[in-house]
Write a protein that binds this ligand. Structure first.
Ligand code: DGL
Length: 274
């Protein structure tokens, strides 16, 4: 078991912000990453569709030999964590609970803000996770859909990023939250902009960082952590490896190569072909 990989999936390139944190904390682990670039974005889709895609991604990764599954995509974790936990024979972690836990630890005013895709915000998954830990906490949330294309276009230092942050985050400033959760894979790339817009009194939670700590704890608890050697990451995408390479290399801060193309994620097809 120890030598098996960590499986991780996202709707596309954004989950690399989670992969980066897992790799930093667990350098000896192999990681198999799947980006469903043919069907990105998930953030505007229905719970039914997102869950179907999540099951397909999970099954694909299972066939690669993984010991734990990390749902790096906030939208997928918000809508499909429970079903994947029920269906899979290995530990499954999403980015929502670790982010919620960190937010609860940091709030003194008991006022937390959440930003994410439309589907994540609509699901109320962060609210539920926070209220399970402390029902007295006031949670406000709002979708920030333009942050994803701003980041993918490489405009994270541009004026447009600051303008949108002012517009999206204004209500949080008015409601005096003291913790803001970046509930979407892409938002850590905008962390500077978000921090400058919110000011120093607001703590910003990076769900990927918190998830990495949770992955480590789970591997230790299960006795399946790799502690020696150097791990490597393997990348699979369902469309346009070239564009994943370009944007992903920017996200990771290093060149990604050898990205493999997966023609069809429909699990019936690959069960038949394997
Ligand atoms: N990865 C998605 C998330 O974290 C953002 C991109 C998308 O909408 O698919 O919610």
């Amino acid at each position: 078991m120890k030598t098996l990989s960590i499986g991780m999936f996202d709707s596309g390139v954004g989950g690399l912000t989670v992969l980066k944190e897992v790799r930093n904390l667990l350098p000896a682990e192999h990681i198999i990453y799947l980006g469903d670039t043919a069907r990105v974005p998930y953030g505007n889709r229905s719970p039914h569709t997102v869950t179907k895609y999540a099951l397909e991604s999970a099954l694909f990764l299972l066939t690669k030999g993984i010991k734990i599954l990390v749902i790096a995509c906030n939208t997928s974790a918000a809508l499909s964590l429970n079903i994947l936990k029920k269906k899979l024979p290995i530990p499954v972690l999403g980015v929502i609970d670790p982010g919620a836990k960190e937010a609860v630890t940091h709030t003194k005013k008991k006022k937390i803000g959440i930003i994410g895709t439309k589907a994540t915000i609509r699901s109320m998954a962060y609210e539920r996770a926070i209220r399970r830990l402390d029902p007295a906490i006031e949670v406000s949330s709002r979708p920030c859909p333009l942050f994803v294309p701003i980041v993918e276009e490489g405009l994270e230092h541009d004026e447009v990023a600051y303008l949108m942050a002012e517009k999206y985050l204004k209500e949080f400033k008015d409601s005096h939250i003291d913790v803001l959760v970046m509930g979407c894979t892409h938002y850590p790339i905008l962390e500077d902009v978000i921090r400058k817009t919110m000011g120093d009194d607001v703590s910003i939670v990076h769900t990927g960082k918190e998830t990495a700590k949770e992955v480590k704890k789970t591997l230790e608890r299960e006795g399946i952590i790799s502690e020696t050697g150097r791990g490597h990451s393997e990348y699979f995408v369902t469309d346009s490896p070239e564009s994943f390479e370009e944007i992903g290399s920017r996200f990771l801060g290093e060149r990604i190569t050898h990205i493999k193309f997966v023609k069809n994620l429909d699990y019936k097809d690959f069960l038949l072909s394997s």
